[in-house]
Design a protein. Structure first.
Length: 639
């Protein structure tokens, strides 16, 4: 019959009756089949209501549950209708169950029928911090550190002074880790009894949090981090026998910060050239402790010779964002969050007000100080609101400034008003949110930069060519790289707290420093695979190379890697298979003394494949390795 109907259709017999007959037949429906809606309205609606909401005095509970249509049909057939249970045929019961299951009974139907709730979408904590940094930073000159200049610039002076005439050598040092003993830093160019060293550049923060900088030095030292005026560590006038100095600072991940370290070896006090100069041992080492990491020499991977301006870093703590759906969302508006935004606004406003002469290009005694301050505040508000100011907003800024004798006090009030405004704290997605703003928050988690705003103003973002050109430029920015790295950290569970403690008797040498190196190696692998031009996502699972430094190579008994950092080492086919078999991942998904295929399997199923796993009916722990030393973990679990 089905064949004949298709032939009729192909022959051009396209009457409505024939088409309806064909559709009904193909969908498995026969003419005269029971109608679930009609049966429900005739037999059920008097007790359960039109949409299963219930009727007071008869059956007030809503009709909802988690039974399948077949299970629900069986209940209906046996118990309904109330006045004549069992009177419905099996076919009628199934039609009713299918109808109500689709309309209001199932969880999907209930969710579909629920009235849409308009939720506020504020900036996430990461977006808030980035926006604040870039908003203030947009009024300062910027420089982008180049990956080609790994290491920090070292300047070696022959005296205690930093005179150009006393400069013996300038070079790029991979790290600051020197023990000169009683010798000269540069033989033949500097005296071992007196010299001064200076390292300048930038340092990259891979994590957000407090960093502790530690200096081991035999003589006077000073260290500046993200501040050219106030040293983080100041032991320039050295007294006593101290050789270790510490200082902490809050840094945001994905950014580079200015760094300057000065070290001098000379006799302090009166310079008596008549007395013979005694050569004392000299050493200087720059170390740091990342959030949750060990104290270690600052790796050259994170050092750059680029000179940067100071960056504003907001240190106000915020409550965590909602992550229930697997990613951070700015949907929770609580008293704690509101208080944090107030404290954050005050912290930023005070910082700007103190440095107002720098930002507004004015100073006390300037006849145009008020006008310049007003101009700066209007530009600041325009960038913060991510749109042109309205007339009333311009008038508010002018009015507030006039209320204060000191423009600095007026600026403080305006800045708090701007940074507490919903126009800054919330994004107007889909309604007036500019293309530039959508791009910047998608790729950078931050406000648009000046070049992007100019591209939008000139209409370049309205065509695919101009849009793609800006996207290509933005993807070169460190903020885009940081966002991609954050994505991989999420799916690989690297953002969760992990302690890779290993049995020292089984794995001697596996310490926090090796763990830190392995984490860098994993990040470098991800960066290379993702950002290389001719790359493929398949390499994430097939890559046979591994980035190693000297410490990793020694632990895994490989050929010595470069002493100046990480280099790529190739393995034979079958020994490596992408990031899943990276030593850091294998160490994370294992026991302290044994491997764990269960941990790896659960990780693959839940995190990478998105499969929901039910708890096992019976917990199965592998037998102790000492009982079956010849078996691996998988074999011991199977016993």
């Amino acid at each position: 019959m089905k064949s004949s109907l298709f032939h009729l259709l192909l022959l051009g017999l396209k009457s409505n009756a024939l088409l309806l007959l064909l559709i009904a037949f193909e969908s498995g429906m026969a003419l005269g089949a029971p109608d679930g809606k009609k049966i429900y309205e005739a037999k059920c609606v008097s007790c359960h209501g039109q949409n299963g909401a219930g009727i007071k005095g008869k059956y007030s509970k809503p009709l909802s549950g988690d039974l399948t249509p077949n299970q629900l049909a069986k209940v209906i057939e046996e118990t309904m209708p109330k006045e004549d249970p069992g009177s419905l045929s099996e076919a009628d019961a199934f039609e009713v169950s299918s109808y109500i299951h689709e309309l209001f009974y199932s969880s999907i139907a209930r969710e579909r029928n629920r009235q849409a709730r308009i939720e506020l979408s504020r900036l996430t904590v990461k977006q808030y911090r980035n926006s604040m940094m870039d908003l203030i930073g947009s009024f300062r000159p910027t420089a982008i550190p180049s990956d080609k200049t790994k290491g920090i610039r070292g300047e070696y002076f022959k005296t205690r002074n930093f005179n150009k005439g006393d400069l013996a050598e300038s070079r790029i040092d991979a790290e600051v880790d020197f023990d000169f003993k009683e010798e000269s830093p540069i033989s033949g160019k500097m005296e071992p009894s007196e010299f001064t060293l200076r390292w300048t550049g930038a340092i990259y923060a891979p994590e957000t949090g407090y960093y502790e900088f530690v200096i081991h030095a035999s003589h006077a030292i000073r260290l500046w981090v993200n501040d050219d005026n106030t040293p983080l560590i100041d032991a320039w006038v050295k007294s006593g026998k101290d050789t270790e100095y510490k200082g902490s600072i809050y840094l945001v991940s994905g950014r580079s910060y200015s760094l300057r370290l000065e070290f001098t070896k000379a006799k302090q006090g009166v310079n008596d050239n008549k007395k013979p100069k005694v050569v004392q041992p000299a050493f200087v080492k720059l170390l740091w402790k990342k959030p949750g990491g060990p104290v270690e020499i600052c790796p050259g991977e994170y050092l750059s010779s680029t000179t940067l301006s100071e960056v504003f870093v907001l240190s106000t703590p915020f409550p965590p964002d909602d992550g229930s759906l697997g990613w951070e969302r700015g949907v929770t508006v609580s008293k704690e969050w509101d208080q944090a935004t107030t404290e954050g606004a005050l912290e930023a406003a005070k910082y700007i007000a103190i440095k107002l002469p720098e930002f507004a290009k004015t100073k006390e005694g300037d006849a145009q100080r008020i006008e310049k301050t007003e101009e700066f505040l209007k530009k600041f508000a325009t960038k913060a609101f991510r749109r042109n100011l309205q007339t009333s907003e311009n008038e508010t800024i002018k009015k507030v400034l006039k209320e204060f004798k000191d423009p600095q006090d007026g600026a403080l009030r305006v800045l708090v008003w701007v940074l507490k405004s919903p126009n800054f704290l919330y994004r107007n997605e889909g309604q007036g949110d500019s293309v530039a703003s959508q791009l910047s928050y998608t790729l950078w988690d931050s406000i648009p930069d000046q070049q992007l705003l100019e591209a939008e103003a000139s209409g370049k973002l309205k065509n695919s060519e101009g849009l793609n050109r800006e996207i290509d430029r933005m993807l070169l920015d460190a903020r885009a790289h940081e966002k991609i790295r954050g994505f991989f950290h999420d799916i690989l569970l690297l953002n969760q707290s992990h302690e890779l403690n290993k049995d020292a008797s089984r794995f001697p040498g596996f310490d926090p420093k090796l763990e830190s190196d392995l984490r860098i190696s994993l990040d470098k692998t991800i960066d290379q695979i993702f950002w290389e031009k001719e790359s493929s996502y398949q390499r994430l699972f097939l890559e046979q190379d591994l980035f190693m430094n000297e410490r990793i190579a020694k632990f895994y008994q490989q050929k010595p890697a470069s002493k100046n950092g990480f280099e790529k080492v190739s393995f034979d086919a079958g020994q490596r298979a992408g990031i899943i078999t990276h030593p850091y991942m294998l160490s994370m998904l294992s026991y302290s003394a044994e491997s764990s295929p269960i941990h790896r399997g659960v990780f693959l199923a839940r995190s990478l494949l998105g499969v929901t796993l039910k708890p096992p009916p019976e917990a199965a722990a592998p037998l102790a390795a000492s009982l079956h030393p010849s078996l691996n973990t998988r074999e011991r679990v199977a016993l």
